[in-house]
Design a protein around this ligand. Structure first.
Ligand code: SF4
Length: 162
């Protein structure tokens, strides 16, 4: 079953998405991951996180679904995750706009990003989700692409390049 995290990883790096889906887990003790875990725990303690099938919403208001990220390192991947949440909710008859909040603003000049799903975009996304599911069912992962700066922070770095 597809999840918001898988859609995020698929946008970020297809190889990472495949490895994660197939439970090839590497212990990642990087600073970023530790901060992410703490953030996740705080959200749980705050009882604001809402879990539905395949999605965990940081906040749900009458107008927005809000996703909170530690940084703005990969806005397209975070927005893809948010779109997935909007689609899952829409399928349940819950219409919302998306709101992404980045705690650290390093690459962008704003920390809040919003999105509204159009009918056309929904059609495109449904097709894309079917392709992601087919991709995940393949027997082997895609080969590592050329090394990118993001790879140095990735838990799979050694698996891919050493
Ligand atoms: S190290 Fe790079 S290529 Fe390998 S999974 Fe991570 S992001 Fe993808």
């Amino acid at each position: 079953m597809l999840t918001g995290t898988l859609v995020n990883y698929y946008t970020h790096c297809r190889r990472q998405c495949w490895l994660f889906y197939h439970h090839i887990n590497m212990e990642d003790n990087s600073e970023d991951v530790r901060i992410g875990r703490v953030l996740h725990e705080l959200k749980k303690q705050d009882k604001k996180e809402i879990a539905l099938e395949g999605i965990k919403l940081d906040k749900l208001t009458a107008e927005y679904v809000t996703e909170i990220k530690k940084s703005d390192a990969d806005i397209p991947a975070a927005m893809a995750q948010l779109e997935y949440y909007l689609i899952v909710l829409r399928d349940k008859g819950i219409m919302r706009k998306g709101r992404l909040e980045c705690i650290e603003k390093n690459k962008q000049n704003k920390s809040i990003h919003t999105l509204t799903l159009t009918e056309e975009r929904m059609g495109e996304l449904k097709k894309e989700y079917r392709s992601i599911e087919e991709f995940l069912n393949s027997d082997v992962p895609p080969p590592p692409p050329k090394i990118k700066p993001m790879c140095k922070k990735c838990a799979y770095f050694e698996y891919c390049f050493i």
